[in-house]
Design a protein around this ligand. Structure first.
Ligand code: ZN
Ligand code: CU
Length: 489
């Protein structure tokens, strides 16, 4: 049988962490049908000098709404990302009542909504012909905004029952787990028991508890303890999102966090992590600020990404804005946030130690998650465009923090096994043909803080479900992405 595509003479990294080997692969339909020496094909691609690996998985995305607003997903697929996990940090596009507004600065949906549950959200995404695959977490902030609103109080028994029902429904429909963002409103008004009860709905499906923990700074270790308690109480595995120790006085403490997790694993818990390869975080600014006590140290390290009321602030650091306008630093933060559309402001904050990023990347349980926020009207954090190539360029090639085969394993088989992307993450016969062909010697992120909307270089070809999505920097518009259901092919 003639294959559709053969990719010949590649250095193949199969995604398992094994060393590269030379050879060909053949693709027929949406599958890899041959690994080794391949026969003739309709389309022949010579990959001499290049490395072929399974497509990368962005384990931490906020692209629920982007699948509808930007179905070409150029910022992801150009990085070699063929699948991602959305619905993180408690912000998911489900459950949903069409037209209802759930919370200001909603990073998951960006406003537009005509679905009600995972099934109908997936149908809407498929109708838009997405470039890449998507698997979903159902998010606590969304559930709470839906059932309780933004009130600062415990959920009633009825509200808890409603939220549990929504988690169970999402899991039945194929979500991979339940996410929280316990530093954010309104999830932060929950107690540990509420979260245990919701996470427990994942247990019959062996789903995952993925958390942006209640604290990532002074109380990091308390928050790790709570996360372990929740996963243990629910009887499911734990995934700690964007593992970090935020704020200069806390730098280095992720070593203690790993040590605590090691003890939990020795007692039978299963824990994984993700990290983004940058020293700055990013998110909806109002969520990080208490207007009664604006932290001057934090304020000094903040950059504005999106500011609908004053786009001239985008890309500027807060001290620069304060100096320009003749404001005190904390007054500048207040003025930005209390402007009419202040709750839509997205910011970047420089809060992470470079050495902690390396500590994370050295740990074999740590996957790569961009945490990119797809607000393309402003100047998004460069991680939206640069995460995967930056790991390969800066941390593999330049610093040797981890080997190429190990980095690829984290981005492929480890992520697919953990998040239940069945039949993906390895180059083997019968697997889905999600592939990336790149040059380890030249692959490079080019997105920067001042100029973030830049696609990387050194990635020659990206294949999604057997269709070429990107070739030599050009997006084909194939739209061959799929909505994935946990552990189902
Ligand atoms: Zn988060
Ligand atoms: Cu996030």
């Amino acid at each position: 049988m003639t294959a559709d595509i053969t990719i010949r003479n590649a250095r193949i990294l199969d995604g398992t962490g094994a060393p590269a080997f030379g050879g060909d692969i053949a693709i027929t339909g949406d599958r890899i049908t041959r690994v080794g020496a391949a026969g003739p094909a309709t389309r022949e691609i010579d990959a001499r000098g290049l490395t072929l690996s399974p497509g990368f998985v962005d384990t931490h995305s906020h692209d629920d709404g982007a699948f509808l607003r930007y179905p070409g997903m150029e910022f992801k697929v150009a990085q070699g990302v063929t699948s991602e996990v959305s619905g993180n940090c408690g912000f998911s596009s489900i459950p949903n009542e069409p037209g209802r507004k759930y919370m200001p600065g909603d990073i998951a949906t960006g406003g537009q909504t005509n679905w009600t549950d995972l099934e109908s959200y997936f149908a809407a995404c498929m109708a838009a012909k997405p470039a890449i695959n998507n698997i979903m977490l159902v998010g606590h902030n969304r559930l709470r905004a839906s059932a309780v609103g933004l009130d600062k109080r415990a959920a009633t028994a009825d509200e808890l029952a409603e939220m549990r029902g929504e988690v169970a429904k999402a899991m039945e429909q194929g979500a991979c787990g339940f996410s929280t963002g316990l530093i954010y409103e309104p999830g932060r008004y929950s107690d540990t028991d509420e979260v245990v009860a919701l996470a427990a709905e994942c247990r019959p499906f062996e789903g995952i508890y993925a958390t942006h923990m209640r604290n990532e700074g002074d109380k990091l270790l308390d928050a790790v303890e709570e996360a372990l308690t929740i996963a243990k109480g629910a009887g499911i595995g734990l995934h700690i999102s964007h593992h970090k120790s935020a704020g200069k006085r806390n730098w280095g403490r992720i070593g203690q966090s790993f040590a605590r997790v090691d003890r939990a694993e020795a007692e039978g818990q299963k824990v994984t992590f993700d990290v983004y390869p940058y020293t700055a975080g990013s998110g909806p600014m109002w969520q990080y600020v208490n207007l009664d006590h604006i932290d001057p140290e934090w304020s000094a390290n903040v950059m504005i990404n999106s500011c609908p009321d004053d786009p001239t602030l985008e890309g500027k650091m807060m001290p620069e804005i304060a100096a320009e306008r003749g404001w005190e630093l904390t007054e500048a933060v207040r003025n930005v946030l209390t402007s009419p559309r202040g709750k839509q402001v997205v910011c970047t904050h420089f809060i992470i130690d470079e050495a902690d990023i390396e500590t994370n990347l050295r740990d074999p349980r740590v996957m790569i998650g961009s945490d990119g926020i797809p607000d393309l009207k402003g100047r998004p954090h460069p991680r939206l465009y640069g995460t995967m190539p930056r790991v390969l360029a800066k941390y593999v090639r330049e610093r040797g923090v981890l080997s190429l085969e190990e980095a690829v394993r984290r981005m492929t088989s480890l992520a697919c096994d953990r998040f239940g992307l069945a039949g993906r993450g390895r180059i083997q016969e019968g697997a889905f043909a999600d592939l990336v062909l790149f040059d380890p010697a030249t692959v490079q992120d080019t997105a920067t803080y001042p100029d973030p909307k830049q696609e990387p270089v050194g990635i020659d070809l990206v294949v999604v479900n057997g269709q070429v999505a990107v070739e030599k920097g050009k997006h084909t518009g194939a739209g061959s992405g799929r909505m994935l259901r946990y552990r189902r092919e």
